[in-house]
Write a protein that binds this ligand. Structure first.
Ligand SMILES: [Cu+2]
Length: 386
């Protein structure tokens, strides 16, 4: 008798434990994903101008980004969101929580030095995508949320039914389990419904897939800007054609960790990997593409706004995977022309008129190059850490 009494009392206990586990899991997910980014609320004096345009280290000006002096240290601003118009306040997302002041700030044509103080506030992170700047981004988001809703509802229904069965058909003393051969009708229903949904999603996303993966702008076409990527454990190497507009010439511009592009162009990127599979991920442009060794994988997006945006590796590629980040720098057109001219002049002189860059060697900042046919990437010694 004492033995049979144990089962009914343990059922509510188990139910409570299961609920506690779910709550704990949800909380864990929140802590894991919602790392609060430290946001500094910026309140600039209205007299200092109407545009929150910050002067960058290299002298270029970019709306929404810039450098702040945080505890006497220069910190690059990741993003500024405007809070009303005219823009003289905003929220700056920084990696540290400190007091700060704006180094330089200016409206068009002026250069005002401004020392605005700000108080640190915490802004919760988000489980979802950051702001979208790609023309196909809205379609990607719609599909993402549609699938999330479908799978979310299916998850709750199936897990709910599972828990219902678990507790409703709890074993009782003397009760025998019923034996069943299954139910063809039910099996047909739960096979056909997902099949129909899958086919519908496949048809629904065909147009978007076409524009993202099949209608990649051709190199040399009007309004297309081309860049090359060589991924490597654990850094992103980029190469741009210099002022001559051609790759594999002495004025090519290499960079580690920063991809510079002009605003308003279709950016075509050809990706290669030096070692393992990486994944080129631009959250703000909804671009995510595997970079596969031995393949030249093209990917594209269009730019509509100048700024600095994160580039990440979305493929677990080794121990340093989480550190494999870079920055996409979208310049205003005139600013980009100036930047490219200066960079290609610098690199052309470093390459000393050689018809093709050879960036190998201990003093070199870049350790790779493409061959003349633009097919292979050759390893050229050790990388220089930046
Ligand atoms: Cu990687």
């Amino acid at each position: 008798m004492a033995q049979s009494n144990a089962t009914p009392t343990s059922r509510p206990v188990l139910l409570v434990l299961a609920l506690a586990l779910v709550v704990l899991l949800c909380y864990g997910m929140r802590v894991a994903f919602e790392k609060p980014s430290t946001a500094l609320k910026l309140a600039l004096p209205a007299s200092a101008g109407v545009n929150a345009t910050f002067t960058l280290e290299d002298g270029s000006r970019m709306p929404g980004t810039g450098n702040l002096l945080v505890d006497d240290e220069l910190v690059a601003v990741q993003r500024i969101t405007a809070e009303g118009s005219p823009v003289n306040s905003g929220i700056l997302l920084l990696t540290n929580q400190h007091t700060f002041k704006v180094l330089e700030r200016g409206a068009a044509g002026t250069k005002a030095v401004d020392h605005a103080a700000g108080a640190a506030v915490k802004e919760p992170g988000t489980l979802f995508f950051p702001e979208n700047f790609a023309s196909f981004g809205d379609a990607v988001d719609e599909l993402f949320y549609l699938i999330l809703w479908i799978t979310g509802i299916a998850f709750i229904l199936t897990e709910g039914f599972f828990l219902f069965c678990l507790f409703s058909f709890w074993g009782k003393p003397g009760m025998r389990a019923a034996h069943t051969h299954g139910n063809h009708k039910l099996e047909l229903i739960w096979t056909l419904i997902p099949a129909v949904i899958l086919v519908a999603i496949a048809l629904l996303q065909a147009g978007m897939w076409k524009s993202m993966k099949m209608e990649i702008p051709e190199a040399g076409a009007p309004n297309v800007f081309e860049a090359q990527v060589a991924a490597k454990q654990f850094e992103w190497n980029f190469r741009l054609a210099g002022s001559d507009g051609k790759f594999a010439t002495a004025d090519d511009v290499p960079a580690v960790g920063e991809l510079h592009v002009p605003v308003g162009r279709k950016v075509r990127i050809v990706q290669r990997s030096m070692d393992v599979i990486h994944s080129f991920f631009l959250p703000n442009y909804r671009v995510k593409q595997d970079v596969v060794p031995g393949l030249a994988v093209p990917v594209w997006f269009d730019t509509s706004r100048a700024g600095r945006f994160p580039i990440m590796c979305a493929e677990l590629c080794g121990l340093g995977h989480t550190k494999m980040g870079a920055t996409l720098v979208v310049h205003e057109v005139a600013e980009f022309e100036l930047w490219l001219k200066a960079e290609s002049t610098k690199w052309a002189s470093e390459n000393d008129g050689i018809d093709r860059p050879d960036w190998s060697g201990a003093s070199s900042k870049v350790w790779w190059w493409w061959d003349q046919n633009d097919v292979a990437v050759h390893y050229q010694g050790e990388t220089t850490n930046r």
